[in-house]
Design a protein around this ligand. Structure first.
Ligand code: AQP
Length: 344
């Protein structure tokens, strides 16, 4: 059966939204609006898998919403909402807790990284996070998921869950007239020159919200002066930029800055090196500052303007949640019938 193409993705409201979140995810969300029906979610239930100060969480939910709007997502044509307003996400996640295998979750590298050595003390939610992510996507029977490279493994797990559900309940699915599959196997969209933006202080570490050093990332709310300072201080190596992309493989910091430039400008890394091959970092960084300020400056300014209007943001989330819930409730009805639960 051919599923209707639908895009779903989410961003956690955990503060410090950065250039990696923008280039790896939000910029792509914006681009997909012209070709697809899109559902973009502030995944607040994911955020609380690690401790969040309640007042900060509330602010961060509104800030991610403001970022979606400031980057150009149209909340009328598409859906912007926060996860906790649509209870069906958690409901389907429970069904998936009973589908996914412990062995599958034990392989998840993000849990290992985030739980660290103190694994016994990690929340159950952090462990089961990928099952909730699968529910987020599949409760809308979404077919395409734009994410950064770090989410690839979770997407593979979502596909495994969808496949196992389809197999386990095959006879019941067919009996309900859904053909031979109820859930699509969602495809990750991980493309372009900046699917994993690295820290500005260490080209081998992912740019991350939780990095203790603010110098490691460009935040979407940074002003022009801060962006310039962070780019100028970004770690580099002593050699000029190469003319050939292959030579970036052994030079993580150069590779990262070239990738950022390419993604911001919408060109390939090769095209960047055609222009800057042989140049010193000082000249390249000056051009990168100019480009980054031109692209990110208006987004940051618009975010700051929107964030002050809480009533407006909350109305967008309420409207998006109501529309999302209609779709999610329909899926849950079918899921309950397929599983054999008695419902009203
Ligand atoms: N460095 C990155 N490069 C490219 N894409 C990235 N994403 C995150 N970091 C990068 C993508 O942004 C989307 C939203 O991410 P998230 O908020 O759900 O969570 P995250 O991946 O945990 O973000 P951080 O910044 O890495 O937070 P911490 O510090 O908590 O680990 C996703 O599509 C993600 O791939």
């Amino acid at each position: 059966m051919a599923f209707k193409e639908r895009v779903f993705s989410g961003v956690q409201p955990t503060g410090n939204l950065h250039l990696g979140n923008y280039l790896g995810a939000i910029k792509k969300f914006v681009e997909l609006q012209d070709s697809h029906d899109c559902i973009y979610c502030v995944v607040d239930l994911h955020a609380i898998t690690v401790w969040q100060e309640p007042a900060e969480l509330t602010h961060n939910i509104r800030e991610v919403t403001a970022a979606f709007l400031a980057c150009g997502i149209d909340p009328k044509k598409h859906i912007i909402f926060n996860q906790s307003q649509v209870a069906e996400h958690a409901e389907l996640a429970w069904i998936f807790n009973c589908i996914a295998r412990l062995g599958w979750l034990n392989r998840m590298t993000q849990f290992k990284e985030k739980a660290g050595k103190d694994r016994e003390n990690a929340s159950v939610g952090l462990y089961a996070y990928p099952n909730l992510m699968a529910a987020d996507i599949l409760v809308y029977r979404a077919t395409h998921v734009p994410v950064g490279d770090d989410q690839k493994q979770h997407l593979e797990l979502a596909r495994d869950i969808a496949q196992k559900f389809n197999n386990d309940f095959a006879s019941s699915i067919a009996g309900h007239g859904f053909g031979d599959a109820f859930f699509p196997l969602p495809e990750p969209l991980i493309q372009g020159p900046a699917t994993r933006v690295m820290s500005l202080r260490d080209g081998t570490k992912k740019m991350s919200k939780s990095d203790a050093s603010d110098q490691s990332r460009i935040n979407l709310t940074d002003d022009a002066e801060t962006i310039a300072l962070k780019v100028r201080r970004a770690k580099t190596d002593p050699h000029p930029l190469p003319g050939d992309e292959k030579e970036l493989a052994e030079r993580p910091e150069a590779d990262n800055l070239v990738g950022i430039f390419a993604a911001l400008k919408g060109i390939s890394k090769g095209a960047v090196l055609n222009e800057f091959g042989g140049a010193q970092f000082s000249a390249f960084k000056a051009a990168l500052v100019e480009l980054a300020v031109a692209k990110l400056g208006p987004i940051g300014a618009e975010m700051k303007r929107i964030i002050d209007d809480k009533a407006y943001i909350d109305s967008i989330l309420a409207d998006g949640s109501a529309r999302a819930q209609v779709m999610a409730a329909e899926t849950m009805k079918s899921v309950k019938d397929i599983v054999g639960l008695v419902r009203r």
